[in-house]
Design a binder for this molecule. Structure first.
Ligand SMILES: [Zn+2]
Ligand SMILES: [Zn+2]
Length: 155
């Protein structure tokens, strides 16, 4: 846990984020409750909450009855902690969910609803691992194809 008690500024809409303590996980997440509804996760926190069975009641409660401003998801965003530019990463093969990731501190920013979309994807950790294996298999295949093309060029 790298949680400091400083208030983070939302990388998507610039509003001050609020701290929500997740009791089951035992850590605090920063949520943009007065702006876009986005969530900031410190390094490795995301995997504690991205399955359907993970209890995130406190987050659901914090979101209840609120409406959030729309933000442009294609904007390049800056890490609220290190102020470096974040990189957009696809987090699944099944669905097009892309999150912002800071390669310096490992933090991740999810737009409103992206966490729910992620949680809705896999019923179990095993399913997710299978999915990741599929993606890896494809990239190995690609490498082999590229290798054979390169070899042909040489001879
Ligand atoms: Zn925001
Ligand atoms: Zn960072």
């Amino acid at each position: 846990m790298t949680d400091t008690y400083q208030t983070l500024i939302c990388p998507a809409c610039g509003k001050a984020m609020e701290k929500v303590f997740l009791e089951d996980q035992g850590f605090i997440v920063d949520v943009c409750l007065d702006g876009c509804g986005g969530i900031w996760f410190d390094n490795r926190e995301l995997k504690e909450v991205d399955e359907k069975d993970d209890n995130i009641l406190e987050l659901t409660e914090a979101y209840k009855g609120k409406t959030f401003s729309k933000v442009d998801k294609s904007d390049t965003r800056e890490c609220p902690l290190c102020h470096k530019k974040m990189v957009k990463n696809c987090v699944s093969a099944k669905q097009e969910i892309s999150i912002d990731e800071c390669y310096t501190c490992g933090g991740k920013f999810l737009d409103y609803n992206e966490l729910e979309q992620m949680r809705a994807q896999y019923d179990t950790e095993a399913e997710r691992i299978e999915d990741i294996k599929e993606i890896a298999k494809d990239s190995v295949k690609m490498e082999l194809i590229l290798e054979s093309i390169l070899r042909k060029d040489k001879f």
